[in-house]
Design a protein around this ligand. Structure first.
Ligand SMILES: *[C@@H]1O[C@H](CO)[C@@H](O)[C@H](O)[C@H]1NC(C)=O
Ligand SMILES: *[C@@H]1O[C@H](CO)[C@@H](O)[C@H](O)[C@H]1NC(C)=O
Ligand SMILES: *[C@@H]1O[C@H](CO)[C@@H](O)[C@H](O)[C@H]1NC(C)=O
Ligand SMILES: *[C@@H]1O[C@H](CO)[C@@H](O)[C@H](O)[C@H]1NC(C)=O
Ligand SMILES: *[C@@H]1O[C@H](CO)[C@@H](O)[C@H](O)[C@H]1NC(C)=O
Ligand SMILES: *[C@@H]1O[C@H](CO)[C@@H](O)[C@H](O)[C@H]1NC(C)=O
Ligand SMILES: *[C@@H]1O[C@H](CO)[C@@H](O)[C@H](O)[C@H]1NC(C)=O
Ligand SMILES: *[C@@H]1O[C@H](CO)[C@@H](O)[C@H](O)[C@H]1NC(C)=O
Ligand SMILES: *[C@@H]1O[C@H](CO)[C@@H](O)[C@H](O)[C@H]1NC(C)=O
Ligand SMILES: *[C@@H]1O[C@H](CO)[C@@H](O)[C@H](O)[C@H]1NC(C)=O
Length: 755
């Protein structure tokens, strides 16, 4: 019973609110809002006090059925009936037709031409067309815009027999012809002249029997379709759409004059035509009402009281201009039918368990892979090995990923499962124009999700099972990391042969691009470079020590450091990364990495430790300092490797010679300090290198001092840096040029460890 009453009450409330919405005023207080059946919204009105000005005065005298205003029809004033008025700047009116009638002998009998001038409104060239109907007719249209510019056009309709028109009833020349209205420079047609005339010498006598008159008229597009019976047309008027606007100034000009600006506080102003066309007002999105009324004008729509997009479970909450669907406690999502709906939330513990299981299974499968690899290597059955690997990845990798993602059930932030449909929509069916980059590992597309998030979607090369492992790896690693300087993984899609990964979109590309691509780069100032170094070091230190289980990135390089719109560093690409079991400080793996960044000790011993990342970071630091590529064939053979070149230059005290010429040298001590850090990171023996934590802290310290000391004259130094052109010509000619910032590990070198 109580529930029933509650429901009744709800219905009552809805009804009251609904009535309130539908009775929102359209006209000024104490002014009639209707004339007959036609609504007259302000600025229109039926008296001087009820309308904004004379322009919008509509005559509603009792004698006529419809409200009207007057226009000049060549000699006399013609009453133009108003059919309805729309607040989006349109006015539908009844417009007279022109006709030309003849007797059997071909003598003109009753000629009605139309010449109509409007004072305030304009004939919409886009919403109307011009039509002539008859079997011997030339319909001519002369039009003039507000500036007196003249446009003229016309069309001919012809037929021989009464049933000529029956075969094809479209208006394409047989008994009927149609044309578009000429579009004036400013689309403000205020005067039209149109006539219906016989064709040249023909005097209509031959078709008089079945077509006594010819007709020509303007009509709203979509309203009229030709019928053979129209050869003797009974109608005298057709609806035509006129445009109306306020004044003849633009929004900007009108806003300056507060007394004449008509849009209310909850609305926006839109210019009509290019200039001088006046303006109209529109309620904000999510608002409804009359934007010209300054009291009770546009009001917020209570979407919760109307059909909306919330799922049943969710609670609808109205906001000004929009609404939200709140999911019940214990679930998450946006609660919308077309959005993420509400899904059950897993506790942190559940999540951790899942991740642990995944991590374990992946580690196990990797160990299995390793054993398999060794076996195959010693048995010298390389081909067999490759086959085995493929099978392995396909069977375990794909299934595994499916299992874990399935278990997440789209419920965690890091691993939403997208449908292929969603991603097709986001990328316009993986349109070529959406490609951000293409590399050895596949293709990265830019996409826009339904919730307007911009994403980068990584699609691996189809039919390359080798790609599955890095994919799983990346999902596993990224689901453990939550760091502001790490690219976020939104989720993946399993409906394709190879999973697709969906990341947050990082707009400014890679550090590599800005350092080495002369044509598409932002000149990075020293301070920015220092901050990028600090942020990258921070991420690596976090991976090595702060994350729940230590992670070795294994592919630190300038192509894997992306920059967002504020040039904040975002480390990407965890396809090669490894989780270090807690009781091990080193693991045996296949040597993998990028030439030029690869730790020589790791290369020799296949012992992967955190210090390998330190080395690679040292190379990135050297790149930031020198603006040179990690590997460049432009340097002498011994110096091809930047790490070696940097080390030998430092030893020889030639740091100043190799620094990037576009760096401001004002603070040379600081540059030297950073160069020292790079030198230490690049030491051959891992144990001689500092830890990532030490590096991060030192860089942080330098940056803090930089910010304190340079403070105000920072700007001028940045300007100077921008002006200095990068003359480091010796760095062009790329050997490891990468166009795919999200690639997993281009140019990666795989050998088998433990030789
Ligand atoms: C309406 O038209 C009639 C006839 O033209 C005229 O007498 C009357 O003043 C008009 N009313 C208004 C409000 O303009
Ligand atoms: C119609 O034209 C005449 C003569 O040009 C003019 O006096 C009159 O004001 C016009 N009427 C309208 C409604 O434009
Ligand atoms: C216009 O309407 C008014 C008022 O109904 C009427 O007096 C007048 O004769 C009409 N004029 C024309 C040309 O129809
Ligand atoms: C205008 O008239 C058309 C046709 O009668 C109708 O469908 C439409 O709702 C009307 N618009 C307004 C704003 O009255
Ligand atoms: C119209 O043409 C017919 C035949 O061509 C001719 O007999 C008739 O006199 C013409 N009528 C006029 C008014 O010119
Ligand atoms: C038109 O009428 C003629 C005779 O009246 C007839 O022979 C012909 O088939 C008709 N054509 C069509 C398309 O109806
Ligand atoms: C009528 O003619 C138009 C244009 O030639 C053509 O596209 C259409 O298919 C025809 N319709 C019929 C029913 O023959
Ligand atoms: C704009 O409108 C005002 C008043 O209605 C008029 O005096 C002025 O000539 C118009 N300007 C243009 C460019 O049409
Ligand atoms: C501002 O608007 C008022 C009222 O419409 C008008 O009298 C005045 O001339 C306008 N001033 C300017 C600078 O347009
Ligand atoms: C603007 O919208 C708010 C919320 O609906 C309403 O309270 C206020 O009256 C509106 N203002 C105007 C000028 O309509």
């Amino acid at each position: 019973m109580a529930a029933y009453i509650k429901q009744l009450l709800l219905i009552a409330v809805v009804a009251v609110l609904y009535t309130k919405a539908s009775t929102q005023p359209m006209s000024l207080p104490n002014c009639p809002s209707k004339c007959g059946s036609v609504t007259i919204p302000y600025p229109f009105g039926t008296t001087k006090d009820c309308s904004l000005d004379n322009t919008f005065l509509i005559n509603c005298s009792q004698t006529s059925l419809l409200p009207f205003f007057q226009a000049n029809n060549s000699v006399y004033n013609y009453n133009i009936s108003v059919l309805n008025i729309s607040l989006n700047g349109e006015l539908r009116v009844a417009w007279p037709i022109a006709s030309d009638c003849y007797n059997e002998k071909g003598k003109p009998e009753n000629e009605i031409n139309q010449e109509i001038s409007l004072t305030y409104f304009h004939i919409s060239p886009t919403r109307n067309k011009f039509i002539a109907v008859g079997c011997d007719i030339f319909g001519a249209l002369d039009a003039f815009d507000s500036w007196g510019n003249h446009y003229a056009t016309g069309c001919v309709a012809y037929c021989n027999k009464p049933n000529d028109t029956e075969a094809n009833q479209s208006c394409s020349g047989i008994g009927c012809c149609e044309i578009s209205i000429p579009q004036g420079h400013h689309q403000l047609l205020t005067k039209v002249v149109y006539i219906a005339n016989t064709i040249l010498d023909n005097n209509h006598s031959s078709v008089h029997d079945f077509n006594p008159c010819g007709y020509a008229f303007l009509v709203e597009k979509g309203y009229y379709s030709f019928k053979p019976t129209d050869l003797s047309l009974k109608k005298k008027e057709f609806p035509v759409v006129l445009n109306w606007a306020l004044g003849n100034q633009t929004c900007q000009q009108s806003k300056k004059n507060h007394s004449s600006y008509a849009c209310n506080a909850n609305s926006t102003c839109h210019n009509v035509g290019k200039s001088d066309g006046g303006y109209i007002c529109r309620c904000f999105n999510g608002y409804r009402g009359n934007p010209y009324l300054h009291h009770d004008g546009c009001q917020d729509i209570n979407e919760c009281m109307e059909p909306n997009d919330c799922v049943k479970k969710a609670t609808c909450v109205n906001l000004l201009g929009s609404y939200q669907c709140l999911c019940p406690a214990g679930s998450e999502g946006d609660g919308k039918k077309k959005g993420t709906r509400c899904t059950k939330k897993l506790s942190t513990k559940q999540r951790k368990d899942i991740i642990l299981i995944i991590a374990l299974s992946v580690s196990l499968s990797l160990v299995a892979l390793l054993v398999g690899s060794f076996y195959a290597y010693f048995a010298l059955k390389k081909r067999k090995l490759i086959k085995l690997k493929e099978q392995f990845f396909q069977q375990n990798g794909g299934l595994l990923l499916q299992q874990q993602i399935g278990r997440h059930g789209g419920s965690t932030e890091t691993a939403k499962v997208f449908t292929l449909g969603e991603l097709n929509e986001a990328t316009n069916n993986f349109d070529e124009g959406k490609i951000l980059g293409q590399g050895g590992q596949g293709t990265v597309y830019k996409g826009v999700l339904q919730d307007k998030r911009i994403v980068a979607i990584k699609k691996s090369k189809i039919n390359d099972p080798d790609q599955i492992e890095p994919f799983i790896n990346e999902v596993v690693i990224l689901s453990q990391i939550n760091h502001r300087n790490v690219v976020k993984l939104f989720g993946c899609c399993l409906e394709t042969e190879v999973p697709l990964l969906v990341y947050e979109f990082i707009p400014n590309g890679t550090v590599h691009k800005h350092l080495h691509d002369k044509y598409q780069s932002i000149k990075l100032t020293w301070k920015t470079r220092l901050r990028i170094a600090k942020e990258t070091a921070g991420v690596l230190a976090y991976l090595h020590s702060a994350a729940s289980t230590p992670i070795i990135h294994r592919d630190v390089k300038s192509t894997n450091i992306l920059l967002d719109s504020n040039l904040t560093a975002k480390v990407s690409d965890f396809g090669a990364s490894r989780i270090v079991p807690l009781d091990h400080s080193q693991i045996n793996t296949l040597v993998q990495g990028t030439l030029g960044y690869l730790d020589p000790e790791y290369l020799l011993t296949s012992q992967l430790t955190e210090k390998s990342d330190v080395y690679s970071f040292g190379v990135v630091l050297a790149e930031l300092l020198t603006g040179m590529k990690a590997l460049s064939s432009d340097r002498l053979e011994v110096d091809r490797n930047l790490a070696a070149y940097f080390g030998s230059s430092m030893k020889a005290g030639r740091l100043l010679h190799i620094l990037d010429k576009s760096i401001d040298m004002a603070n040379i001590e600081q540059l030297e300090e950073v160069a020292q850090i790079a030198e230490r990171c690049l030491r051959v023996k891992g144990e001689d290198r500092p830890t990532m934590k030490e590096v991060a802290m030192e860089l942080e310290g330098i940056l803090v001092i930089e910010e304190h000391c340079l403070g105000s004259d920072n700007l001028s130094s940045e300007e100077t840096e921008n002006l200095l052109k990068n003359v480091e010509d010796g760095i062009s000619g790329s050997s490891i040029n990468s166009s795919d910032p999200y690639s997993l590990n281009q140019m990666s070198m795989s050998t088998f460890g433990g030789r």
